[in-house]
Design a protein around this ligand. Sequence first.
Ligand code: FE
Ligand code: CA
Length: 527
Amino acid sequence: MNPNLDRRHLLHALSRRAAGLALFGLFGSGCASDAEPLRTAGRYPFSLGVASGMPRPDGVVLWTRLAPQPQQPDGGLPAQALSLRWEVAEDEAFARVLRRGEATARPEHAHTVHAAVDGLPAGRRVFYRFIAGDAVSPVGRTRTAPAPDEDNARLRLALMSCQHYEQGAYVAHREVAAADIELVLFVGDYIYESSNPRYRIRPHEGPAPQTLDQYRARYATYKADPDLQACHAAHPWVVTWDDHEVENDYAGGAARGSPSGLDADAFLRRRIAAYRAYFEHLPVSPRMAPVGAAMRLYEHYGWGRLADLWTLDNRQYRDLQACPDARGAGGHGVVDCAALADPSRTLLGADQERWIAAELAASRRRWKLIAQATQISSCGIATRAGRRVSTDAWDGYPAARERLMDAIAGPRVENALCLGGDVHRNVAASLRVRPDDPRSALIASEFVCTSVTSHGGSPDAVKNMLASNPDLLHARTGESGYAAVDITRDGARCDFRTALFPVHADARLTTQASVFVEAGRAGVRPV
Ligand code: FE
Ligand code: CA
């Protein structure tokens, strides 16, 4: 499937945004005390748009942030709670309102709002907006999940990751905003803390964030992008994170110190700030608000009788990378590292490992979609010295990977499909308990999306990777975009939609490759 591109949708989204702006100042219905700070600010408070996420059969989470001046630490607002209203309707004109309610934007959460709306009909497309003082937000469109027992036929999702703001334009978001799909699945690197002047085509607002104010400013930079706003306003998002939301290559609490050289205490302070800013700016449930340095992000979603979807957290609970180099932290390539095989090492943490194993064993839906940040299939490369693997990848936690694969193979879970990102290349792979070992049965399949914008590795290395791993059907770097995944009872198709790196604002995506998994038969094959 090429995503159903409909320019009218895009134009609608843009005109709705313009309409939201035009309405600012015309409404006099806000409660006076709350309207006053917004009026004093004198600018449109919904500068970072709206979003929705975590679709359930009876509801969805609606998000916005009041920020007349989003690059200022206080967003341009006084340190007081502000109330606002939300509405969910069947139609874009809000003639048939289904639900309405009030929410509070608190200064301790940067005046962000996470409204958990329930009581909605299952399997329905709905529209939503916020009203604060005199200002009306852009209209967002979202949908609820199908009822658990509905014999639904299809789930189309955009698999996305790695949107380094400096390294390209969000053409992928522009295309996905106009596509006829059910949800966006974003698997990490929503922001980048770091910068590389070599690939910069537009700048971050400042140096690498360390404090809460700085992380908030980083989110403001990303979320001010009109294509990203349009993509949030067009579909519900299901999210998990990877490393760059905090710091490149971090592992758990970074007990040996962090890859950027922070000691363990300073790193934990940074993680607390980063997790908090992540929670504030993503459309996740208010019950996910972090407590100190802890934020439970892994989650289950059901999509009628067609699919279970789990999002995993690859970073918060993992052990440190094995065989550290001179820097002492982070990932790197190793040839000889006996510590890799230590069965006590974990990538997901013991609790999350037990949870996903129990969920997989109990699943009765047709497809089992396991979404996590990175590539599960091996990306090791044969060298003259031996096989070289990255200690930060699943290859660096081989026993943990085998346990995850056993959680599929043991209970004979059919139609397990892993969805990942992070590696800045498209990958389609077949999965076994022991990668690339023909004596180990095929048990699952994997689609990995390239970056939305971020720079990838060397094309020669990826060619070598393909040659070194017979389980990889497709692997290509040097192009950015997303993966359009179309799941029906009969199969799962993936179209890798890309443009050459770096993606400029006038680029068009084309289909780099298409792959297919047939229901009842593990493994990927070309279309
Ligand atoms: Fe990335
Ligand atoms: Ca990453």
